[in-house]
Design a protein around this ligand. Structure first.
Ligand code: FAD
Ligand code: NAI
Length: 465
């Protein structure tokens, strides 16, 4: 039996960051991962391949539609296999990078399915069926999440795909129906629309991207509609019939009324994700999950002594950077240090065009909590850099406490906002007021000036024309 200070089950952003941090802290650590490569959902079938296709498809669309506006005449043609290959190459390099970091930080990667086998014990079953028992003072569960199923719509990864299948479609669909107007549906729907598919998004609620600031969500929907994506809101899919060359979906209005049939070449099911907690041997240490399958934690500690849980398998946003922050803090606590995650300041990004980025409270949340706030807003159409780049869609909105001026929330939709939200994360972590941002010199001409102008808008001295 191999003995460790820490055994981590799962090699995604939670697991691999935790394992590396454990190595840095001098702990003897093993990470159990059943995939062929490290990096979990994020690197293999999530963040990284989706962003690769989003970038490549955006370049294609820009070349096709926007180059002529810059005085560049080209007629691009799509080479889908080459686009898929460059995506796979990036993924391969990044997953290999984690393997390198494991070696550098003396992390043992134990390949196979991990299962709790009583307090302090993890049994690993390798692909060839052989078993190894690991003993550990602390065990961290970081088994992540998988796509949620929908009754009546069976994913076959051929005609009806989940996010994993949508990253490797063999052709550009003539038509694609996306079930769910959440992050995955809008990002991967955008990829295939840009490459030529007619995309229809069917959403249960009467709005897209639940949880996102309403005004931002409406602006995003308008922009995606202008780009050619169509939306059927307040509609539920109740069944699917797969044909040789497509799918017929039965769709009913949520408010009641007659069902109709929607047909497409392919269907992407993206109605959320659920934690991976089945077959983990939780009962062997007296652990249960909540009704939705999540492991409940208090500062990463589960109800079982010496067992911790982090990332998608626990409550909170299912985001790679949330899993990563929890991993670092959890391992620091295990090592006797003071690990901490500020759940109020976990940024959220949607990598569509325009991009959406937010951190902190939404207007709806502040109203519900009875907090008096001021709003500063700046449109990218008045930002010189966005203007010369022909990227005037969207705005930055800053919400600040009406009494103290402390920034409580920031919501941006526009060009490259994913790269700019970090400024507000840092500022808010340091309890900045909107005036702190408003009086900080920003380089000209940059899109980042819109961040400052929105903060100036809180006190009404924005320079917007
Ligand atoms: P995971 O990454 O799911 O890793 C868990 C790992 O555990 C997996 O590799 C799994 O094989 C392994 N495992 C499970 N059970 C066992 C077992 N019993 N034994 C051994 N190994 C096991 N988030 C962002 O922040 N930004 C994005 O842009 C983004 N884009 C995304 C795009 C898509 C298409 C998807 C699907 C997700 C995206 N996410 C994004 C979400 C992000 O991928 C997850 O939040 C993140 O991967 C969670 O990390 P984790 O370590 O908790 O779990
Ligand atoms: P989601 O929770 O973002 O959106 C799911 C959508 O499906 C919601 O709008 C919901 O109302 C709708 N829905 C639920 N049931 C439905 C039904 N029966 N019919 C029609 N619509 C239905 O989930 P999604 O898009 O699957 O993403 C899963 C997770 O992955 C998210 O929590 C997100 O955090 C993470 N992710 C993050 C990304 C990022 O940070 N950019 C990118 C992709 C995924």
């Amino acid at each position: 039996m191999a003995e460790y200070d820490v055994v981590i089950i799962g090699g995604g952003p939670g697991g691999y960051n935790g394992a590396i941090r454990a190595g840095q802290l001098g702990l003897k650590v093993a990470c159990v991962e059943s995939r062929e490569t490290l990096g979990g959902t994020c690197l293999n079938v999530g963040c990284i391949p989706s962003k690769s296709l989003l970038h490549a498809s955006e370049m294609f669309e820009v070349a096709r539609k926007d180059f002529s506006g810059l005085g560049i005449e080209v007629t691009p043609t799509l080479n889908l296999p080459a686009m898929m290959k460059q995506k796979a190459d990036s993924v391969g390099q990044l997953t290999k990078g984690i393997e390198f970091l494991f070696k550098k930080n003396k992390v043992d990667w134990i390949k196979g399915e991990g299962r709790l086998a009583g307090p302090g014990k993890v049994e690993v079953t390798a692909a060839d069926g052989s078993r190894t028992l690991l003993e550990a003072k602390s065990i961290v569960i970081a088994t992540g999440s998988r796509p949620s199923p929908l009754a009546g719509v069976e994913v076959d990864q051929k005609r009806i795909v989940d996010s994993t299948g949508a990253l490797v479609l063999p052709e550009v669909p003539g038509s694609l129906i996306v079930i769910g107007a959440g992050v995955i549906g809008l990002e991967l729907g955008s990829v295939w629309r840009r490459l030529g598919a007619k995309v229809t998004v069917v959403e249960f609620l009467d709005r897209i991207t639940p949880g996102l600031d309403q005004e931002t969500a409406k602006t995003l929907q308008r922009s995606l509609t202008r780009q050619g994506m169509s939306f059927q809101l307040g509609a539920k899919v109740t069944g699917a019939a797969v044909r040789a060359d497509g799918v017929d979906l039965t769709v009913e209005p949520v408010a009641g009324g007659a069902a109709k049939t929607l047909s497409a070449d392919y269907v992407l099911l993206a109605i959320g994700r659920q934690p991976v907690t089945t077959d983990l041997g939780l009962e062997s240490v007296g652990l249960t999950t909540d009704k939705r399958g999540f492991i409940e934690t208090d500062h990463f500690r589960t109800a079982a002594a010496g067992i911790y849980a982090i990332g998608d398998v626990t409550h909170g946003p299912m985001l790679a950077h949330k899993a990563e922050d929890e991993a670092v803090a959890c391992l620091e606590l295990i090592a006797g240090k003071a690990g901490h995650v500020n759940y109020d300041l976990i940024p959220n990004v949607i990598y569509t065009y325009p991009e959406v980025a937010s951190v902190g409270k939404t207007e709806e949340e502040l109203k519900a909590a009875g907090v008096a706030y001021k709003v500063g807003k700046f449109a990218f159409s008045a930002n010189s850099r966005a203007k010369v780049n022909h990227e005037g869609d969207g705005f930055v909105k800053v919400l600040a406490d009406a009494t103290t001026d402390r920034v409580l929330g920031v919501h941006m939709i526009g060009p490259s906002v994913s790269e700019m939200i970090g400024e507000y994360c840092v500022a808010m972590e340091f309890a900045a007021s909107s005036e702190d941002i408003a009086r900080t010199c920003h380089p000209h001409p940059t899109r980042s000036e819109a961040l400052r102008q929105a903060a100036m808008g809180v006190e009404g001295w924005t320079m917007q024309s």
